[in-house]
Ligand binder design. Sequence first.
Ligand code: PLP
Length: 450
Amino acid sequence: PTPDPATGAAVKAADRAHVFHSWSAQDLIDPLAVAGAEGSYFWDYDGNRYLDFTSGLVFTNIGYQHPEVVAAIQEQAAKMTTFAPAFAVEARSEAARLIAERTPGDLDKIFFTNAGADAVEHATRMARLHTGRPKVLSAYRSYHGGTQQAVNLTGDPRRWPSDSGSAGVVHFWAPFLYRSRFYAETEEQECARALEHLETTIAFEGPGTIAAVILETIPGTAGIMIPPPGYLAGVREICDRHGIVFILDEVMAGFGRTGEWFAADLSGVVPDLMTFAKGVNSGYVPLGGVAISPEIADTFATRPYPGGLTYSGHPLACGAAVATLDVMAREGIVENAKHLGETVLGPTLATFAERHPSVGEVRGTGMFWALELVKDRETREPLVPYNASAATNAPMAAFAAAAKKNGLWPFINMNRTHVVPPCNITEPELKEGLAALDAALTTADEFTTS
Ligand code: PLP
């Protein structure tokens, strides 16, 4: 398409005048005006094109504007754009069937929400009503969404301004060997000590007061920390022993991101409730939900579930999910994520760790990777402080600017860059992005002290 800077300027001006942006000081941001997107790329009105290593906010698992999904949305719009949630409609029934077919174990009932945060709200509500207990345990280094309960469950600084202190949330440490809270030197030690810590937290909080433990199967925004072997199974066992509902949040890790349909498939652990959103339809139309075990569904068999949404199971969003799941299966998109993760992305990032002094650790699976950027590989001091201010974030800002100059849009969170491209990225595209990332890391290297 022919770039049109004048349109871009108008788009930007209206944005600055009227759009109030998420998580931002409104006068300190400078949003790029985006003219279009296709596949793994997007472009602005000034002729700059970017390879998207962020998948939006880690949701475009099938890339932008997949023609078959766009056509299916158009068809669904022509057939039935919307309908109230109390009715049985084809797109909703079919989406629920296809999702239930893929979810782990016996999670066969689907409650649809508009996105991830409200899926977390409803999962925790279900757990509290099912158990009759008030508290929910969640991990530091986690993100569960921006609504009141979900942000209180979140274990990062985005929670602080909204902390109500009375939401019945207790935080604990999940395993993360690179920055171990347990003085562990091996995955085995980290796993055993993290499980002992959870067990002790439960004992001191009172097992009979705890409705649920919620964990991201693989924490996403907080740093893509794959739990050590045995950890999720251990949490499952602890929850079973105390009658606690185990909720896995697969909003970011689900639907192909890890090279499996769900991250839970990597460990074989089946939760009681599983939240999803994002990749279910690649965010083409907002959709999220909770997959529910028979036992919890039973609680609401004859007793009404006290919760709902006007747009629960919105036909247009569900139609997009049906088409997305269909395309993912037909094009082998989950397999692509696994294959390129194993053969290109993982091995190439490992060479960055060898060559770039700023790369402290590389970790991930499928199309779900994080690079921990550090000042010093010995001390593991982060390249920027935890929750850095604009004044202390200069090294990460310089790294991001270098990547963008090379045509790569990077995902940045604190001292990390996450490599989370669309799951259907091609090998040449992936290699192009990795070359740009490699070059940008030399900028990060300049801020190291070792
Ligand atoms: N849970 C996890 C693991 C997430 O990564 C996110 C969003 O990034 C959410 C919940 C919240 O989802 P949403 O922004 O769709 O409300």
